[in-house]
Design a protein around this ligand. Sequence first.
Ligand SMILES: [Zn+2]
Ligand SMILES: [Zn+2]
Length: 249
Amino acid sequence: MEMREGGAVVGAAVAARNVQGTNDYSLQQQPGGGGGGGGFIDQNHMLFTNNNGEFALQFKQQSDEISYFLHSQGDQLRRTLADKRQRHYRALLGAAEEAVSRRMREKEAEVEKAARRNAELEARAGQLSAEAQAWQAKARAQGVQAATLQAQLQQAMVGPGPANGSGVLQEGSGVGCGGDAEDAESAYVDPVSDRRVTSPSCKMCRTRVATVVLLPCRHLCVCKECDDVVQACPLCLSLRSASVEVYLT
Ligand SMILES: [Zn+2]
Ligand SMILES: [Zn+2]
């Protein structure tokens, strides 16, 4: 009797612990079962079966609830993860776009700088080529002037008669270079025209024959060695800008 009641108590306790809804029912059945005598076993068995069914039902409901809860939690977790991933990607994209646009701005600035430098260089090249053309024109003019002077010199050496052959050598110079006394040592007899022609001597060293015309005064008054050091014409003292060597024969 005690054992059976104890079994019923244990069963009721188990049912009460596991299933809250059937607690009142099993406790209500217990006193009747204790005093029932012969019908107690069936009733108890039915109670167990009934409790087992309830338990299974409740267990199923609870497991359903748990699985539903887990499912919803999983959904929420997935949504949260997707949101986070999207935000992360958006942040990454934003950072990448920022970096790319910064690089683009830097490159554009570099290109602009290079274009400006290129324009400066082109302007400088144009200026230099203009200067070069000016210098070439100047050189051509001086070459023409030198050729003219040489022709005049040749004409003066050969052309004039004996009266002024040893006098004024150069047209327009107004200063005679060949009539001085020290030029006697460099005098020679022209074998072609068979007349005495004197070569002018250098007015710097007074020893060698003057073979260089100084520009711009056009005086034939220094030798080739003195031409390397002379700064001004020794006759008229005008500053020497250039010089031309002439061949007297
Ligand atoms: Zn000299
Ligand atoms: Zn001079």
